[in-house]
Design a binder for this molecule. Sequence first.
Ligand code: SAH
Ligand code: SF4
Ligand code: F3S
Length: 456
Amino acid sequence: MLLRQNRGREVFLLKRDPAKFHIYTFGCQMNQADSDIMTTLLRNEGYLPASSEDDAGIILLNTCAVRENAVERIEHRLQHLKGLKRKDPGLLVGLSGCVPQYRREKLFDDFPVIDFLAGPDAYRSLPSLIAEAASGCRRVSSLEFDISETYVGVAPSRNDSLSAFVPVMRGCNNMCAFCVVPFTRGRERSHPFGSIINEVREISERGIREITLLGQNVNSYRDPETGMDFPQLLDAVSREVPELRIRFTTSHPKDMSRSLAETIASRTNICNHIHLPVQSGSTRMLGRMNRGHTIEEYRAKIDMIRAMIPGISFSTDIIAGFCGESEDDHRKTLELMRDIRFDSAFMFYYSVRPGTLAASTMQDDVSEEVKKRRLQEIIDIQSALSADLHHEAVGTVVEVLAETESRRSSGQLMGRTETNRVVVFDRGSSSPGDLLMVKITGSTSATLTGESLPNY
Ligand code: SAH
Ligand code: SF4
Ligand code: F3S
């Protein structure tokens, strides 16, 4: 099929449909939510999702820049796309999300396979970027921040899963020394309360059973019209859709308030689980990281919340080998993990991000070998803790959202607890989508097993 004139040359698309797009999503839940928004914006202009990369005329990578290996993964995918484009020069390749916002037009020099770039605040211009690239314009990009952009009025094209992400804010005003996010996502802004409530209502009507309210730092949510804060928003959402299970992420420890814990305690449909990234167990390192709290304050908040909500679980993020980290600082992280007993943790070794405070003012002075050894020690402790917590769960009764039939037997369902642990259980009369109580009867390192309690 002759597709388009490109700088005077005829370009052919083999089997690919120029009106079909395929999005690969990298990075955090916010990026996943953004891919659903981009899908809607493209559909509104007549483009259609392709069934796979093979029949797409447009391939979009929605990218993450948070660590060097995240960027390497994208570079690797671009090499693959270069091969596809060699066979099929009419294929359009775009990059959206955090990498183009960060590396900007230089990406065109480094990866000539790229046709267009769109930053996180520029997705409304995607259709016009694609149209320009298709008409033969080179190096088209839209990378301006727009503090007013929250994509209000764009209903995300969600897949048919039982869970949905609901962004409540975009951007970040914190300046953690290691972190690139404020540079890739821009200043913080909150979505209007009314649009969030409309979105959760619509989600509930579609039969979705669980939502996660999303933001880089949800505790600094403020409704632009009324000034309503995050605990008030969470309370209102949980009352609006009492039949849905509600999660939220991420809470910054410095802003984690008693009133948020009170809201969780007072509403049964809000999960008793908080993701509270600590990054390090050493106050000295937290200071260097510009996290705005000491480790004693972190511990005191956990104690306060545990006293208010018995049985609540915590997960966290930890960075090994940040600039200037000594063996003693590292030992404090291990100690903290043993004391708090996190349910789970995302664990990384430090990776310099150009442009951040740490990159410009600190030495990346922990060797890669030491970073990796410390990370392994952190991972080993967390694995042991998670196994112990699994073992201790045997005999308890937990709330589970049933998701799918188990792969092994149709007499069993797979679901997740409030703390996101996987449970496989005898289904009794229950079906996927049911929220039910399950008695835990056994555990392995990855899975809990149990039986549903129909009349609980
Ligand atoms: N807004 C969230 C974090 C977003 S980034 C928060 O404040 O917790 C997710 C995690 O990536 C961070 O919590 C941190 O643990 C990790 N991370 C961020 N930058 C990093 C870097 N330069 N090197 C290694 N890990 C990093
Ligand atoms: Fe990054 Fe800190 Fe903002 Fe989280 S709160 S996104 S770690 S700057
Ligand atoms: Fe990555 Fe951007 Fe999310 S850097 S973690 S995709 S905000």
